[in-house]
Design a protein around this ligand. Sequence first.
Ligand SMILES: Cc1ncc(C[n+]2csc(CCOP(=O)(O)OP(=O)(O)O)c2C)c(N)n1
Ligand SMILES: [Mg+2]
Length: 186
Amino acid sequence: MKGTEAFQELLPLIKDDEPVVHANGFICRESFALKDREANFYMIGSMGLASSIGLGVALCKPEKKVIIFDGDGNVLMALGTLAMIAGEAPKNLIHVVIDNEVYESTGNQRSLSSKVQLENVAKSSGYKNTIRVEKKDEIKLAFLKLKELPGPNFLLIKVKPCFDPSTGRVTHTPEEITKRFMQAIG
Ligand SMILES: Cc1ncc(C[n+]2csc(CCOP(=O)(O)OP(=O)(O)O)c2C)c(N)n1
Ligand SMILES: [Mg+2]
């Protein structure tokens, strides 16, 4: 499955007012190109920190399901945040990782996620439920299940590295992203 296809499956399952914090690079660009949303927070740089920001939002907004769209390279850069999330244990947090086993945004350098199963790291850190999917048609059921069950929950989606380099960049400024995100999530 392509990364784009994973997003096509996931995006219709997210309600308008549910905050989604995106890792930098293609994760942001792909989601923005398919469906820009007021409640999307896009990291412009700051690799590794979408999970920290997602945790903060989840703790501040316990009544909302908070979703993180992360990349394998981003997760590996901030591995300690998995422990932080597990330790704080927000029930409303769903951490989705688009795992293409490379740093695709910067030229497909290999990451360690081909050897290290990130969903197992999440599980042993203390995430409540973790699911790994490799087929497109498994995504919907897995994501909806993780939305129902008390978290923090982790969904790892294995994809092929084939984002389209012509996909545009996020056109909002960081200030605009922050302002409308805060308004959208109240
Ligand atoms: C601190 C820091 N180091 C490096 C970069 C450059 N960089 C931007 S995106 C990216 C790759 C992210 O990899 P991954 O999370 O696996 O996402 P993918 O690109 O594969 O979708 C890198 C290395 C950065 N923005 N910040
Ligand atoms: Mg990657």
